[in-house]
Design a protein around this ligand. Structure first.
Ligand code: SF4
Length: 317
């Protein structure tokens, strides 16, 4: 039985776990996706999205194959739903990844594009090889407590997708449990890892006023009012081609609701919408960081403080 994520798959010899990445072989389990890289790129850190983490910097981003959720709207299904061996990948050892970061002078690496949790051993080995590299995970948060606490020891920042705020949505659209993701997110927060959340707003599925209010209240009460939240625009994809794109008004309404609930840093994403991707000082209201797409201008930030009123901002630099 694999104990990495709450699916706890029982895997037979030559069988795969639900994530299609972990395989039974001669009565032992192997990480069949180990080191198999499907994609890499140098991205603005804002693309993860992380708005409060070394703003205006670039991050080396790497992805593999497979996922332990099965979202009907997955935007990366070509790599997430593909078992190792059926998708073209290149093998990169931890040493090779680290050597590339050193050569190109990257001081941070993001594991992203597909679900990094199922790359657990590979990530741990890379970080063992280069403990000074800042490790960023873009994750669905579906992982058991023990491996998550291990991962937190080597991780500097995480963006976790909160895909909706009902069990029904998670079970019918994503193939996971909301309660598991909430528990993981709270652990990441307790462990002191820089945390931001993404909520992809899908019209008619997870955009009710009640759901957004409940999500925002949970962030405020169980994480922190300072936790940055990104309401992101849905585009039809994979098995949800019949659902319309999210209206900008819906995203702005979600942002308003979250801010009325007391969240201090709320953004809309996947859309250029006036000032709703900018950061304002929660104390004096000054514009601190202006963003238009991936163009970022630091307007009034001195270290991690607002240059106008000296309020400490929740921004890591
Ligand atoms: S990581 Fe994969 S094999 Fe392991 S329990 Fe989760 S879905 Fe199953």
């Amino acid at each position: 039985m694999c104990e990495l994520c709450p699916h706890r798959c029982r895997i037979h010899v030559n069988g795969f776990g639900k994530c299609l990445a972990r395989k039974g072989e001669e009565e032992k389990l192997i990480a069949n996706n180990y080191g198999k890289v499907s994609s890499f790129c140098v991205d603005p850190v804002e693309k993860k999205p992380l708005y409060h983490y070394y703003p205006k910097t670039k991050i080396f981003s790497v992805g593999g194959i497979g996922c332990n959720m099965f979202c009907k709207h997955c935007q990366n299904y070509a790599i997430s739903m593909s078992p190792a061996g059926r998708r073209r990948t290149t093998y990169e050892s931890p040493e090779e990844i680290v050597a590339f970061c050193r050569k190109e002078k990257f001081d941070a690496i993001a594991f992203t594009y597909n679900e990094p949790i199922i790359w657990f051993e590979y990530i741990m080995d890379i970080m063992k090889e280069a403990p000074d590299l800042r490790c960023v995970l873009v994750s669905n948060g579906l992982i058991c407590e023990e491996p998550l606490r291990e991962l937190c020891k080597v991780t500097d920042a995480m963006n976790i997708d909160i895909k909706g705020f009902t069990e029904e949505f998670y079970m019918t659209v994503c193939g996971g449990h909301l309660a598991d993701v909430m528990r993981s997110t709270e652990i990441v927060n307790q462990e002191g890892v820089h945390l931001e959340l993404t909520y992809l707003v899908i019209p008619g599925y997870n955009d009710s006023e009640k759901e957004i209010e409940e999500f925002s209240s949970w962030v405020r009460d169980r994480l922190s009012p300072e936790t940055p939240v990104h309401f992101s625009r849905f585009h039809p994809d994979f098995e949800m081609m019949d659902v319309p794109i999210t209206p900008v008004e819906t995203l702005l309404r979600c942002r308003d609701t979250a801010m009325e609930c007391g969240l201090e840093y709320v953004y809309v994403g996947n859309v250029v919408a006036d000032d709703s991707s900018d950061t304002y000082c929660p104390n004096c209201g000054a514009l601190v960081i202006r963003r238009r797409g991936y163009s970022v201008e630091i307007v009034a930030l001195n270290g991690d403080r607002c240059s106008q009123c000296r309020e400490r901002m929740h921004i890591k630099r």
